[in-house]
Unconditional design. Structure first.
Length: 149
């Protein structure tokens, strides 16, 4: 399919990515904005494993296995039957559980919570852009001078 545009992530994919990149303090702050954490059943308790991390030569070249990263996942079911999922880098089970509860809530009508996640996504994007600008400022362009041609 040449010429096709890449598929945009769904809103849920976007908030799951935001929650996965968030720190425990940011997740706890989102959970703290709720009147109370809703009742929920833990279907898969936070469990830690590893995933293979891929890299690309030059950021756009061929893929290669960079190494393994530790990831914690969790699955919960809220009282209304909605299931929440989370994956988080590291071994923080509390972060994974809170993120799964937030995912479950976001699937319903969670206006203030959506606003909090949107603000968090904006801060993460700003941090990525700042890091990119800092890296670009140190870029060195090499060229070859051909003599006598």
């Amino acid at each position: 399919m040449s010429g096709s545009t890449p598929k945009q992530p769904s809103p849920r994919q976007q908030w799951l990515a935001t929650l996965a990149r968030a720190s425990r303090a940011e997740i706890e702050s989102l959970a703290g904005s709720l009147a109370a954490l809703p009742e929920h059943d833990v279907l898969k308790a936070p469990e830690t494993g590893t995933v293979m991390v891929e890299g690309r030569a030059g950021g756009a070249g061929r893929r290669f296995n960079l190494g393994e990263a530790t990831v914690t996942r969790c699955v919960v079911r809220l009282e209304d039957g909605t299931m929440g999922f989370s994956y988080a880098l590291g071994r923080d089970g509390r972060k994974a559980r809170l993120a799964a509860v937030i995912d479950g809530l976001l699937q319903g009508e969670a206006g203030p919570l959506r606003n909090g996640v949107a603000a968090l996504a904006s801060r993460q994007q700003a941090a990525r852009e700042l890091a990119s600008r800092k890296a670009a400022a140190t870029k060195v362009d090499f060229f070859t001078l051909v003599r006598g041609a």
